[in-house]
Ligand binder design. Structure first.
Ligand SMILES: [Zn+2]
Length: 387
């Protein structure tokens, strides 16, 4: 069997994947003397190659905000991108930071892919593999190259460092527009291509995007406790920063209540991450089975037409979706977004078929930023339920 000769500093990292013996001489002289003796010394690897897992904050810390908690669960279960909209202090960041605690455990293959990207970026601590899915939260002052990759020697950007994990963009609308536009390709294809003179480098970038934003420049539109001081034009201009193509790639939109309203809710601690995660894992295993021949892993990646034919949508659920599409003026893309989210809600419900209750809930997570006040949407859906 051949032996792989590598520098000592790379032993831990190589031991993660090497299926052959490793040898790590300190110097070239040592290597030569080993070769002359006809015996390469086996490298010593002192750790199991994985970094210590991080203890994530728990979802049970979030009091109230049931709809937003549920939205996080749906995003985790179906691999959906999510947008959290709400006034300052409503807990958007708190929720986003708890998403990793309810994501399904990564496979060994996913860990190795994510580790390889961190290695290329020179960000692997002590050559150890990541212990879990990455969570990246770059500041909105980041450059486009920093976000999607680039540089004279092409380096992976945040979208790739978040591969198989979460990319959290707080204050989403403060990011430069061209940086957000540049995320369209990775959001669509799960990879990003960085072109430089003489070289084109592709990096994988399949991540769950979580954006958070205020509903308006002052932050209080729709907040009962604080009047919004923005003009309609200001609000319109602010919201238009979120382009249609980006909205189209975010399946789950949720509006958080202001703190005052949230406090009216339960003071009981919320459900723990472990218990939510168990539902998420079950929903994911249903999806793995469903998509095993399609080369995809989650509902978020499923084509709308495929789901329409094979997603187990019941006739009355399809009827509700069609009525909603007409009354709410949903585009074909929006229609398929609701269908994907409905499929995930049914998976969380351990149901092979998608019924009206699943579609009804999914309609609550439609975009509100681009279509006026979220509560108009909820009211319209409530009306639909009565007809
Ligand atoms: Zn305002």
């Amino acid at each position: 069997m051949p032996t792989l000769v590598i520098p000592p500093a790379n032993v831990t990292e190589a031991s993660l994947v090497a299926r052959v013996p490793l040898s790590a001489p300190e110097t070239l002289l040592e290597l030569v003397s080993w070769l002359v003796d006809g015996k390469l010394h086996a490298a010593r690897c002192e750790s199991n190659g994985h970094a210590e897992p991080i203890e994530h904050p728990d979802l049970s810390d979030v009091i109230g905000q049931e709809t937003a908690r549920r939205a996080m669960e749906i995003a985790a279960a179906g691999g959906h991108n999510a947008l959290l909209i709400g006034p300052p202090g409503a807990g958007k960041t708190m929720l986003a930071r708890r998403l990793p605690s309810i994501l399904p455990s990564p496979s060994e293959e996913e860990i190795l892919e994510a580790t390889a990207i961190h290695s290329v970026a020179g960000m692997l601590a002590h050559g150890r593999a990541l212990a879990e899915r990455p969570f990246r939260a770059p500041h909105h002052s980041i450059s486009t190259a920093g976000l999607v990759g680039g540089g004279s020697t092409p380096r992976p950007g945040e979208v790739s460092l978040a591969h198989h994990g979460v990319l959290f963009l707080d204050e989403l609308l403060e990011f430069p527009r061209h940086a957000l536009e540049a995320m369209r390709q990775p959001l669509e294809d799960g990879r990003v291509v960085v072109a430089r003179a003489g070289a084109t480098v592709g990096f994988p970038a399949r991540f769950t995007l979580v954006g958070a934003t205020n509903p308006c420049p002052c932050g209080h539109a729709g907040d009962v406790a604080h009047p919004c001081t923005c003009s309609a034009v200001d609000v319109q201009r602010y919201r238009s920063r979120l382009s249609g193509p980006l909205i189209d790639r975010i399946d789950v939109h949720v509006t958080l209540q202001g703190v005052a309203l949230a406090k009216l809710g339960s003071r009981e601690p919320g459900e723990s991450s472990a218990s939510v995660r168990a539902r998420v894992e079950r929903a994911r295993s249903r999806q793995r089975l469903r998509y095993r021949r399609l080369g995809i892993r989650s509902n978020a990646e499923a084509g709308g037409r495929w789901l329409d034919l094979n997603g187990g949508i019941q006739p009355d659920a399809r009827g509700l979706l069609a009525t909603a599409a007409e009354k709410l003026g949903l585009s074909a893309r929006a229609y398929h977004r609701v269908m994907r989210v409905s499929r995930t809600i049914a998976d969380l419900d351990d149901s092979e078929v998608v019924g009206t209750a699943h579609v009804g809930e999914a309609l609550r997570y439609r975009p509100s930023m681009a279509e006026g006040d979220a509560r108009n949407g909820v009211a319209a859906v409530a009306k639909l339920g009565n007809t």
